[in-house]
Design a protein around this ligand. Structure first.
Ligand code: SAM
Length: 285
């Protein structure tokens, strides 16, 4: 049923659709966003939680649909995001908890869910500046790893994440959850290995690749003499030779103990905060 909803406190009239049926075609379309193919075809993705939706709107992400639980109706912040959604031409759905659970595949779903347009930056437009650090990930496979890396890159002040080759989708529900909102803050690029190698050669940045056979201790590298791209290998097989050859330095994080390598997200965090430490010392001068 479509009806006009006069919003207390805003005096605005918005279009809100009330949905209680799991068979509703709009709900079916939203549920289909759990498939990569549907996300790619529509260029959209789902983010859960009021805070994330507010952050996304503030950062200029285009909202297509806002879904909120009936129980959240009348809450001032929910009303504000609903008004913004309508003002930006989006659709607002007020749904039963059963519908929200089916959309998010969770028993205790968040009260608010937003469907947003994906944002990809063009690698060919990227001109790394001195003081900037980027992370490039070779065929990252694990959604939790990718989400954690995007979150950590944001927290370490990095300027973007470049996905090289066939990577897991940063806009999957699992990855978006693991980013804890940083998906909206971190510019995302994607490239084939050949495109990345071509870009790296003329970008003016130094590529510091991490490799278990790296000859250089990661703490001895100067991360501030040029913009830096930290290149990280695939979880199972590490970096292939063509990407390793494109690097200016092959860095190793010295380890103790039995494990032959660090988890990819942990290794990326170690590298990001080492680069940050160098850059902060540059600022302090
Ligand atoms: N078996 C893989 C290999 O042979 O490289 C292990 C890959 S490791 C789980 C994933 C990525 O994390 C590596 O490709 C590398 O980029 C980084 N990494 C993990 N531990 C590292 C270490 N001690 N030194 C340098 N890089 C490391």
């Amino acid at each position: 049923m479509t009806y006009d909803d006069r919003r207390p406190g805003t005096g605005r009239v918005g279009q809100v659709k009330e949905v209680t049926s799991l068979a509703n075609p709009i709900i079916k379309d939203i549920k289909a966003l759990s498939n990569k193919k549907d996300r790619e075809e529509t260029g959209t993705f789902m983010a859960e939680g009021l805070k994330l939706v507010i952050d996304a709107l503030e950062l200029g992400f285009e909202i297509r649909t806002l879904v909120y639980a009936k129980a959240a109706k009348g809450k001032p912040l929910v009303e504000q995001v609903a008004s913004k959604t309508v003002a930006r031409g989006g659709l607002v759905l007020e749904v039963s908890e059963k519908v929200l659970s089916s959309v998010t595949r969770r028993d205790n779903p968040q009260m608010v869910v937003g469907i947003f347009e994906q944002q990809w930056k063009r690698l060919s437009d990227l001109r790394p500046d001195l003081g900037q650090t980027f992370v490039a990930l070779d065929r990252v496979r694990d959604p939790g790893n990718l989400g954690t890396i995007i979150r950590t890159a944001d927290a370490a002040g990095a300027s973007g994440v470049i996905l090289v080759g066939e990577c897991t989708d940063p806009y999957s529900l699992e990855t978006v959850r693991a980013t804890m909102g940083s998906i909206f803050a971190m510019p995302l690029y994607r490239a084939s290995p050949a495109e990345f190698i071509g870009f790296a050669g003329k970008s003016g940045a130094q590529v510091v690749a991490t490799h278990l056979a790296g000859a250089v201790d990661y703490r001895t590298i100067d991360y501030k003499r040029k913009p830096t791209i930290l290149l990280m290998g695939n979880e199972q097989s590490g970096l292939p030779d063509d990407l390793a050859k494109a690097a200016d330095r092959l860095a190793r994080i010295p380890q103790q103990g039995l494990a032959d390598s660090l988890n990819l997200a942990v290794a990326t965090a170690v590298m990001l905060f080492e680069a940050r430490r160098h850059l902060l010392s540059l600022e302090a001068r």
